[in-house]
Structures are given as C-alpha cells and as structure tokens.
Design a protein around this ligand. Structure first.
Ligand code: GRF
Length: 294
C-alpha cells in the first residue's frame, strides 16, 4: 500500500477530489496518509479532518526564511514516510533542496497547458493572450517553477463569452479528473521519467498530443451510448435568457444518446430544440430502452 501526503494552502478542491477518488478505489493500492498546510486557515484542512485524515500545519510565517520553512515542512512530511507527495494548490515556492529530497515523487497541478502561462492568474493570462484552447497540467516538480516532466494534460475550449471565473470553473473540473488519474498511474508504478518526458508504461493515450484521462473521463462512454443528464454546468447556461435556462434545466434527469465526443473530450447530447456539450461528470450511463425521453 503506497502512502500519499497532500500539501495545500487553501480551498482544497483538488485534495477533496483525490480523497473522493481514493474512497472510490480509483487511486489503486494507496492511502492518503496526511494533509499538510502552510496556513492554519486553509479551508481544505477541515474537509480532510472530516474525512478522518491526519492533518498538520507548518505555518510558513513562523520561519525566518524559505530554507528553514522547507526543512520543517520536509520533517513533517517524513513523519508519514510517503511514497508520493502531492501539491494541490500549495502556494509556496519550494527550495531546490526540498525538491531534490522528494525528487521523482513530488507532483504538482497547474491550471494551464504548460509551458504556457506559468505563475499565477493563469486564466486571466489565457484570456489576455486570446488562446482558443486552455487547460491544466500535472507534472513532476523540478526546482524551476511550474516546470518539469509532464504526466498528463487536459484541454478545454475558451469561449468568447468566458471570463476568468467561467474559464476557471471549466478547467477546475478537468483538474479534478486528471490529478486522480496521474496519482493512480504513479501508484501503479507506470510513470517513467526520461529527461523532460514521462513515459507511461502500458499506454493509455487516447490521442497523439494530450494524454487524456482514461478511466475517469471518456473510456467508458462512446458516441451512441444512452446516458442520463445529471446536471448542467453554470458556464453552459449562464448567459442564456432566463426562460431558456429554465427550459434547459428541465432536461436534467432526462435520457438521451451521446451524439459525438469531440476532440476536447466533451460529450455532445441532444434534447428537443437543443444540442450541447457537457463533461463526463454531468452524465451517467443509462439503460438503452429509455433513450429519446427528455
Ligand atoms: C488549482 O487551480 C490548482 O491548479 C492551482 O491552485 C488551485 C487550487 O485549488 N495550483 P484547490 O485548492 O485545489 O481548490
């Protein structure tokens, strides 16, 4: 059984997604041994504690410099003798000595398609740059910030109507999927670092450019399958007239078929008068017989 320690600084939604994946048996033979934060007010600490996971705080402000903080942090991590350390919204720059110590077993998630848009405010950077495709990246950590061998990326489209928050929401849904996938691959010993590249033993690539999340994202559903619509993302309906939003909401719970899975991994469904795309978490496979009902 591999042990995982997760480091957070705030909200902890990626951490929560990993806890949920772990509970569902989707991380393989691994347990989340502890969640550590560099601030006592990190909201994610409560989520972890409520899930029965050990938590600890190593307050960065209590240390004179990065070297001292990183040494204390490393010590708190080593208590749990982890096989893997997962940075999940951990907002501290780590010293080369720390990175070296956990080299090859330190993962980070970054909300952009690296190497584009390192640093902070990635969604604003993407909007300002006018890119049509944005996304997120899980990578092994190297001393250089937001750099390092890429394990998995997921791309989302950027719409004209997007603002920072709609784009962030769309990307975050993908973060939650790919982080669990990356951790599972690590746990299964399938990731081999070769220079700046990561080779995946056993393959699971669904296209030539992006290593897409397989078990959680699209592998189990294909075009033509009958599915139930479980919900509608806000970003899809927020700029529609209110009556149309209400009409769209009435489709929730309805059964339909997947008409297409596009290159972004979006699932296209159709209901009377509407054809739209949703992510995997908004649909569930359904018995064929009821297809066509909204
Ligand atoms: C995520 O967007 C992550 O990619 C970035 O910081 C954010 C943390 O969100 N590094 P959460 O704390 O996991 O909700």
């Amino acid at each position: 059984m591999k042990k995982i320690v997760i480091l957070i600084s705030g909200r902890g939604s990626n951490m929560a997604a990993l806890i949920a994946a772990s509970r569902a048996g989707q991380l393989g033979a691994a347990e989340i041994a502890a969640v550590l934060a560099n601030r006592s007010d990190a909201e994610g600490l409560k989520i972890a504690a409520d899930a029965g996971i050990a938590t600890a705080v190593v307050e960065h402000r209590a240390y004179p410099d990065r070297v001292a903080f990183d040494a204390a942090l490393a010590q708190a991590i080593e208590v749990h003798a982890p096989d893997l350390v997962v940075l999940a919204g951990f907002m501290r720059i780590l010293t080369p000595a720390f990175v070296e110590r956990f080299s090859g077993r330190l993962l980070n998630i970054h909300p952009s398609l690296l190497p584009a848009f390192p640093g902070v405010h990635t969604h604003a950077q993407a909007l300002a740059a006018g890119v049509r495709v944005h996304g997120c990246t899980v990578h092994f950590v190297t001393p250089e910030l937001d750099h390092g061998p890429i394990v998995i990326q997921s791309a989302v489209p950027v719409f004209d109507s997007d603002d920072e928050s709609t784009l962030a929401e769309r990307v975050l849904a993908r973060e939650h999927l790919i982080y669990a996938q990356a951790v599972r691959w690590f746990v299964e010993d399938r990731l081999v670092i070769e220079g700046m590249r990561v080779r995946l033993i056993g393959g699971a690539q669904t296209d030539g450019s992006l290593r897409a999340p397989s078990w959680c994202d699209m592998a189990d559903i294909k075009a033509g399958d009958t599915v139930q619509l479980l919900g509608l993302p806000d970003w899809l309906i927020h700029d529609l007239p209110v009556e149309e939003q209400e009409e769209m909401k009435s489709f929730v719970g309805g059964i339909t078929k997947i008409t297409e899975i596009d290159t972004y991994g979006y699932f296209w469904v159709s209901f009377p008068g509407h054809c739209f795309c949703v992510l995997r978490e908004f649909i569930k496979r359904s018995p064929d017989s009821q297809a066509g009902q909204a």
